[in-house]
Design a protein around this ligand. Structure first.
Ligand code: NAD
Length: 249
């Protein structure tokens, strides 16, 4: 992995879902390239471990599905870092694996609350901090499921399609304000989130990837870090693919 030393010098970032998987890998790279980072996650124990592993300056245990908690976390991160230039929203869950006619209502609601409403709450709190500085880079983590739909994953697929639509809308709203908003649509990546799924579902998703393998977290981090860098200057409201060839549109 190439490191662009100093690429994020002077920048401050919040990474939700920063305790694990793609969020942790992104935080690690941001920090290696000079950013000061506040990690947000529901899992307090893993947060401490991730702070040690990444060198993050600050962390907050927060449920992104709770708007009041998100507002409080935004204030804490702003106070700790002094500014917020970058937001990466990686917190997410898969929900139940079941056909629509058997899908548990509670799981549906929780998936939409965490994966979609949570991103709305985070952007709602952080965008004003970015507008105050006339600069910001936001990357929302959607999924290939939001483009294609995975069978037996209707809540997840719908939530991620929502993230794509939300990102397009917000990106256009802020297009002349110096705040760029994009999302990524990963196919299946090696990460603890796969433990939430039956092996047959993971195998289905792997079999759909033309490269014939799962992605690795640092491959996602590489794309996200370009999207939140100064070098990303003419891309907003867009969806960037990282799927080993699975989606070609
Ligand atoms: N790994 C994949 O195959 C894959 C593919 C496409 C998209 N994604 C998306 O990437 C993102 C990161 O996934 P990952 O693979 O790193 O999974 P992961 O489980 O390793 O990490 C997700 C993190 O989000 C946190 N989280 C869950 N609910 C939360 C809540 N309510 N509030 C705050 N934090 C919460 C978890 O504690 C965890 O640390 C997710 O949005 C996921 O949907 C993952």
């Amino acid at each position: 992995m190439s490191i662009y030393r100093g690429r994020f010098a002077g920048r401050a970032a919040i990474v939700t879902g920063g305790a694990s998987g793609l969020g942790r890998a992104t935080a690690r790279r941001l920090i290696a390239e000079g950013a000061r980072v506040s990690l947000w996650d529901l899992d307090g124990d893993m947060l401490g471990e991730s702070q040690e592993a990444t060198g993050a300056e600050h962390f907050v245990a927060v449920d992104v599905a709770d708007p009041a908690a998100v507002a409080a976390a935004a204030s804490q991160s702003q106070a700790a870092l002094g500014r917020v230039d970058i937001l990466v929203t990686s917190a997410g869950i898969t929900g139940a694996t079941a056909p629509v006619h058997e899908y548990p209502l509670e799981s549906w609601r929780r998936v939409i609350d965490v994966n979609l409403n949570g991103i709305f709450y985070c952007c709602r709190e952080i965008v004003p901090l970015m507008l105050a500085n006339g600069y910001g880079r936001i990357v929302n983590v959607a999924s290939v499921a939001g483009k294609e739909g995975n069978p037996n994953a209707s809540a997840y697929s719908a939530s991620k399609a929502g993230v794509i639509g939300f990102t397009k809308s917000l990106g256009k709203e802020l297009a002349t304000k110096g705040v760029l908003v994009n999302c990524i649509t990963p196919a299946t990546f090696e990460s603890p989130i796969l433990d939430q799924l039956p092996p047959s579902q993971v195998e289905y998703m792997r079999s759909r990837i033309p490269m014939g393998r799962l992605g690795e977290a640092q491959e996602s981090a590489a794309l996200v870090c370009w999207l939140v860098s100064d070098e990303c200057s003419f891309s907003t409201a867009a969806t960037f693919d990282t799927s080993g060839g699975r989606t070609t549109y």
